[in-house]
Design a protein around this ligand. Sequence first.
Ligand code: ADP
Ligand code: MG
Length: 462
Amino acid sequence: MELNELWKLVLGELELEISKPNFQTWLKNTIILDQKDDELIIGVESVFAKEWVSNKYHKTILKIIRNFSPEIKSLEYQIHQLDKQPSKKSIFTSRNREKLEETKSLDLSEYSIDLKTGLNSKYLLDNFIVGPNNELAYSAAMAVIDGPGKKYNPLFIYGGVGLGKTHLIQGVGNKIKAVSKNKYSIKYLSAEMFVNETIESIRTNKMTDFKNKYRKVDVLIVDDIQFISGKEKTQEEFFHTFNTLYQENKQIIISSDRSPYLLANLEERIKSRFEGGMVADITYPDFETRIAILKNKLINQKNEIDLGNDIIEEVARMFPHNVRELEGALSRLIGILKIRKVPPVLNVCKKILEEINIQKIRLVSVDTIIRKSAEFYNISEKELLSHSRKKELVKPRQIVMYLLREDLKYSFPTIAQKLGGRDHTTVLHACKKISRDIINDKSLSQEINMIKDRVYNNGAGK
Ligand code: ADP
Ligand code: MG
């Protein structure tokens, strides 16, 4: 088996499991160096990375590898440098090496971040597919490009994980940068970075520098604003930055996983500022939009494997709730077809797609479902598992039962036991109720999908 193909698949899986910054820092540049019987030798970039990867991710990596190659029993980590010639012992034939170079350069373009603006050049509006799910957000974005700070200020985009918020707001930044020929100073950052920088500047007494940094820009783009919930000092700092920019008619663009109205632990004065601008949501792409996204991706990647429309439609049908997941499924399908050297016909692909779906679910534990659901409803895990009949606890608890049943396929008695020992008929009742309610209650089904996004895609609040 081609080891670097295998590794690409493993990395794809790891990307879903761990947070993006961690993935980029520790795993993105790893490769497989060799295989000795049932041991794989993994190349990492530095001593530090070796320590970190072997301590933190060893188990996860092994678990994922064994999904693809059960014969692998252990892993070893070695330091390597990507630009060095491979040693004689290396497994790279020149062809393999060529391939590796290819994936390397692809990876680099994937993550080329401009240090000045913080923008990633891969997010262009030219490859953003517009459909009924995002057209309002898209047209507001276009108006902002036409006249930054003039029309919709702030522009507030919200929606679930993996639906294209980052792509859209970065796309706006990149477009303004291109058309204004650097006339505008643009700054993109995640709210998580804003929080970290606030803390750091307090610690090092550099508050003035920090204030100046963001109050002097023409376009400020802040991603995933929900991260500042409950962080008072950051909120205060953000509020002042916001006001300064707003009063000077500078453009502010914000994304969030929920509407301003639903942002818990956020000061009212900030919420009302958000609500005063243009608020637009992005929802799930419909079937046609998903097909367009997949086709667009295939064209951009110039794949050697030619997938028929029936197969593309099957991918679109099976992954409706998250574009990242949709694209991931397509790449993995192609990867697996290449490794197994099987023809890309519909029934073969269907089976592979089912495997992809099941593997994703298998990696999720009961604890994750409980933790992410509790986080979503702002309650503690203890409350969720308690026997209290309070309405605000009963619903989350029933949803957890439903997810354990529907997704992890546990039996009713097992669920009853895992949730702190209760009667299994309670579980049965809960699952029936949620399955019934979900049909007519659109907001309930959206809530459940948001929780699933967090559970399966490492979304919000990792
Ligand atoms: P979010 O920030 O909402 O979690 P992202 O912007 O990171 O989601 O999108 C996830 C992935 O899906 C990215 O690779 C992005 O390029 C892709 N994507 C999302 N929406 C679209 C779209 N409408 N057209 C093309 N690609 C999209
Ligand atoms: Mg995002």
